[in-house]
Design a protein around this ligand. Structure first.
Ligand SMILES: Cc1ncc(COP(=O)(O)O)c(C=O)c1O
Length: 388
């Protein structure tokens, strides 16, 4: 009987390959927390905060319970709340906007720039000239997929208008803008350590970084129910603390993250080369018959949290990859202005055409430091077959 060869499955992410070599180190770190019984904040979180601040080159790092809480804390500690508007992107994870609303501020959106998928400074300028633009007190750019937003433009807007700048750096641990690490670019930055992130916890965890001693002090107070002194509440904060186990795990993984990011960059380079060699790459920004590859734009170090290409027949391509047991994902299928929960923003279809187009065309391929060359070739071969 003739053998039909079916390529091995390629996972979107395989944390087992990260865990195996670090198992012993992680178990010892967790045992240390059990021994001290400092389950909430405590020494392991304090140590991780110090090490994280040093790796990012920022003055303060404040651990918290998730990236979503980190965004809320960053906004609240920077003094943004009722009566203020914060301008951000419609093409991100939901929390980029929901955290603004949770802080009591209103959210105003501006479209993205098609080659980076990040908030477009020109679209921001236009939004600022609109009627709603008058209430804007802050801009919240997202470093989507691991590539920093155009920070010179946002820094200039910040200076010209006196805006606060809050980075959503959830996907961008280690990314740089003109040599400066994400996390130290704005007034405050929010990171997520959700298990799929480049630096990930064994559960939910997040962090806010800032170079302002005043914001850092407010962050520490707000993450503990607004307490500076135990059981004396100066403000209505929240329970947004990081737990000791997460601090211990994150300290172990932090050391390896620069090397893991380098490996992700090598994986991205290999995808670029394989797609080009196969004659599938189109110049972009929009796809016709082939695929448009993601690009690292000038002045930035992309840390490739995701490798996201564009394809005109995206849904069909995804179904084809699934049939070949190749992982893929759509970040994000519905832009935020069209989410039912955000109808309160009063936006309509057609308001942000670039974000809407991206939502129809983007497809994230498997990328993680341990992804093997043969697995990548399987992905590229399958896409070549689909497009042929
Ligand atoms: C861009 C962005 N912002 C915010 C978040 C929220 O982080 P978390 O899931 O840790 O709450 C995420 C993570 O999913 C994200 O990708």
């Amino acid at each position: 009987m003739q053998q039909v060869s079916v390529a091995n499955p390629v996972p979107m992410l395989d944390l087992e390959r990260q865990y195996e070599p670090l198992k012993q180190e992680m178990l010892e770190a967790l045992a240390g927390v059990l021994q001290t019984r400092q389950f909430i904040l405590g020494d392991s979180v304090a140590r991780f905060e110090t090490e994280a601040a040093s790796q990012l080159g920022v003055a303060h790092a404040v651990g918290c319970s998730s990236g979503t809480d980190a965004l809320w804390l960053a906004l609240a500690a920077a003094g943004l709340g009722p009566g203020d508007a914060v301008l951000t992107t419609p093409f991100s994870f939901f929390a980029s906007v929901s955290a603004i609303l949770r802080a009591g501020a209103s959210a105003i959106l501006a479209d993205i720039e098609p080659s980076s998928f990040n908030l477009d400074p020109q679209a921001v300028e236009k939004a600022l000239h609109s009627r709603q633009g008058a209430a804007v007190r802050a801009i919240l750019p997202v470093h989507l997929y691991g590539q920093p937003a155009d920070w010179d433009s946002f820094a200039r807007l910040g200076r010209d208008h006196g805006f606060k700048l809050i980075e959503d750096a959830a996907q961008a641990w280690g990314a740089t803008w003109k040599g400066a690490k994400a996390g130290g670019l704005g007034d405050a930055a929010a990171f997520s350590f959700y298990p799929t992130k480049n630096l990930s916890a064994a559960g939910d965890a997040g962090m806010v970084t800032t170079n302002s001693g005043e914001i850092a002090e407010r962050l520490r107070m707000l993450r503990q129910h607004g307490m500076r002194r135990r059981y004396y509440h100066d403000e209505i904060g929240w329970n947004a603390r990081m737990d000791g186990f997460q601090g211990a795990i994150l300290s172990v993984k932090l050391k390896y993250t620069p090397e893991w990011n380098q490996k992700r960059r090598a994986v991205a380079e290999r995808y670029h080369a394989s797609f080009r060699n196969a004659g599938l790459a189109e110049p972009g920004p929009y796809p016709a018959h082939g695929v448009v590859l993601p690009r690292e734009l000038e002045g930035r170090t992309h840390v490739w949290h995701q490798y996201v290409l564009r394809c005109a027949r995206r849904d069909e391509l995804r179904a084809f990859l699934t049939s070949r047991r190749i992982g893929s994902e759509v970040y994000y299928p519905l832009p935020l202005h069209l989410q039912p929960a955000l109808a309160c923003l009063g936006c309509r279809e057609g308001d942000f055409p670039e974000a809407e187009r991206a939502a129809r065309e983007v497809l994230a391929l498997p990328i993680f430091p341990e992804l093997r060359e043969d697995e990548q070739q399987t992905v590229v071969n399958a896409i070549a077959e689909f497009l042929s």
